[in-house]
Design a protein around this ligand. Sequence first.
Ligand code: NA7
Length: 544
Amino acid sequence: MASTTASDNGSDRYDAVIVGAGFSGLFQLFELRRRGHRVHLVEANGGPGGVWWANRYPGARVDSHVPNYEYSLEAVWRGWTWSERFPGGEEIRRYFRHVEDVLGLGSDISYDTRVTDARLDDDGGAGWSIGLDGARAGRIRADHLILCTGFASKPYVPAIPGLDRFEGPCHHTARWPHDGLDLAGRRVGVIGTGASGVQVVQEATKVAGSLTVFQRTPVTALPMQQRPLDPVVVAEAKADYPAVFATRNNPPGSMHDIVRRGKSAVAATAEEREAVFTDAWNEGGFHFWAATFADVGSDLRANRMAYDFWRDRTRARLDDPAVADLLAPMEPPYPFGTKRPSLEQDYYECFNQPHVRLVDLRADPITEVTPSGVRCGAEHHDLDVLVLATGFDANTGGLTEIDIRGTDGRTMAERWADGVDTTLGIALSGFPNLFFLYGPQSPASFCNGPTCAELQSQWLADLLDHVRERGATRVESTPEADRAWSAHLEEVAAGSLLAETDSWYMAANIPGKRRQLLNYPNSDAYLEALARCAAAGYDQFVID
Ligand code: NA7
């Protein structure tokens, strides 16, 4: 890499600048710094945590159980004890401070600073000049730019007529006021029933005067099986952590916290199926989604068996059959698991309470938001507070909202206007010395986030070491490599039930976005592809 002395114009020059202080960004900072690279991290938020810094809505909670949603670094886990099996947002934010302190990362981070743009250096190399706004406004330079903006950093607010006229508090779940919002006794409306909607509904039901939930598509929410953790038990469990993390980091089943129990639901007897489904259900978390039978994700008959089990268990919790028909219909609204199931604790019981009402937007779409509520055709729902749990421009939004221009002068947004392509979900031809972690066409959202952060960061650090050792200054993936990886994702989509459903996995939640599978659902194959590329001397990249 080039020298790391202060550059002209008085701005600093780094070996690498990282954008984003979530799991990926912090680990990449730690890993590159450890290997002697001079690195700086820039974060728009006021502290670490990425999505956990941003998502402060009531009930925000992770869907992965302890000890999976954390780094495998002993220096970090040894001194940290979670209080619940599925930790809440507040505790996760404290964890990120713990990480920052233990690893001593803070001195290399600029918070409250947003990256506005990035331009290739015109000094003949392939470094970047990076524009910053906020606390550290100005420009900095880096040999390499590493975007760790996460898969859910750009909220999606639908263009509903009149939305800006609503007179009460109206917040997207990822833009919740940091000092909270009192919902007690108020008439609260929630639009959206994905993971965020489910969590808000559970909390709002407890305090709101009335709660109106606007549902377009039912979520197949699974029982979380939450429980408090006894610190003594956690301390004992830590003896197994090295083995747990080693399993998590290697095939088979890498980047996951759960494993499948059987090959085929169709081939199993009714008793075997019932036993496997029941075990996974009782285990909680994502076990029922991802750890029953392999063919649930590929064979509609097996998939239907899982749906029927879910439906019957769920309907049994609902008092009103008409409400049950909307929340857990007799016929599947989409193949089970092709939209992300969220985890719930008492979501379905909320709808048995007299002050909670479910509005079916398929029958009565929202026609407008008024100053005092939401109108669905002839009916007006009077509201004091409106919650938009409407999701994200997932996978690409955090990248495309920054004005980053490649060798042909086009932005990433322009480059991807007709669809996303990448090399191994980590780089893009025409954008030398630029990388993204946990991004489009990587396993993100089908894998365990912290594991993916660690493994991708280590692979990228190996690549940057390799570039440095060769005395090279430029590394760029080839158009052929972009095409090959993107074609592979198309093939994977064609062989999966995922392609049948409009979801954010398929980029189908944002009007105008090209429909394509945006995450790679096979973590083992992904790690093998990364390893093959490295073993072949990074043959999918030109390094000079
Ligand atoms: P999601 O999962 O994208 O959910 C968004 C919800 O908002 C979903 O129910 C949508 O219905 C609904 N939505 C979106 N636009 C509209 C309009 N215009 N009208 C009515 N309803 C709408 O986002 P989350 O924040 O819940 O979760 C995102 C991920 O973050 C989560 O999976 C975790 O990984 C963390 P639709 O299904 O499109 O019919």
